[in-house]
Design a protein around this ligand. Structure first.
Ligand code: GS8
Length: 217
């Protein structure tokens, strides 16, 4: 390996998937170190991300980069080869950052209650979650990818949910495809890319993990 690139990851983590997709889009070789981020954090993780103590952490020539969206931007700037993930136009760039942030600030905030709650609380969470997805679908419109014809930063951010759709659906009895057909069409189109297919875990495995996690909560 020409320069040392290490990714600290936890296999079901949606956030780790973002970093992996970006590295694979750029064709960067990396050493994937699997963590048990929930119950047995390694000394390296604690040293490299002492503030949040969370994965993913990208360690490039000994220096850590934390937070998945920051990592994706770092990868895009550092490895210039391959097509850029972020647009160069300042307004388009700001727009891409806004929507990537929407995924964490809105969708990410409501989704937990979809699989952890029950009864009326779950129904309310499901409604709110589907509304958030529909807003995202509205932004996608009839485009192939969020940014237009090319896969980019705005796709790397939300695609992580695809591997979790099944777990959410099975927990709260709904079909994402019926609710948001264009969004699921987009996700299937992203899955045609090697970078994405290789980085997203099997949705049944994710579901089993969720069941185990729910028992512990
Ligand atoms: C979130 C990372 C995160 O929650 C990002 O990188 O975008 N905003 C951050 N990581 C989890 C992995 S599981 O989904 C984590 O490391 N959790 C450990 C903990 O909460 O202690």
């Amino acid at each position: 390996m020409a320069e040392e690139v290490i990714l600290l990851d936890f296999w079901p983590s949606p956030f780790g998937m973002r970093a992996m997709i970006a590295l694979r889009e750029k064709g960067v070789d990396f050493d994937l170190r699997k963590e048990d981020a929930l119950s047995n954090k390694s000394p390296l993780l604690l040293e490299m991300n002492p503030v949040h103590m969370k994965i993913p952490v990208l360690i490039h020539i000994g220096k850590p980069v934390c937070e998945s969206l920051v990592i994706v931007q770092y990868i895009d700037k550092t490895w210039g080869h391959g097509s850029p993930l972020l647009p160069s136009n300042p307004h388009e760039r700001a727009h891409a950052r806004f929507w990537a942030g929407y995924v964490d600030k809105k969708v990410g905030q409501v989704v937990r209650a979809v699989w952890t709650s029950t009864g009326e609380a779950q129904e309310a969470a499901k409604k709110e979650y589907i509304e958030c997805l529909k807003v995202l679908e509205g932004e996608l419109g009839d485009k192939a990818y969020f940014g237009g014809e090319r896969f980019g930063y705005m796709d790397v951010s939300p695609i992580l949910f695809y591997s979790w759709f099944y777990a959410f659906e099975a927990s709260a009895d709904f079909s994402t495809e019926e609710e948001c057909p264009k969004l699921v069409g987009w996700a299937k189109c992203c899955m045609q890319r090697k970078s994405v297919a290789k980085s997203l875990p099997d949705h049944h495995k994710v579901y089993d993990f969720k069941l185990e996690l729910k028992k512990k909560l």
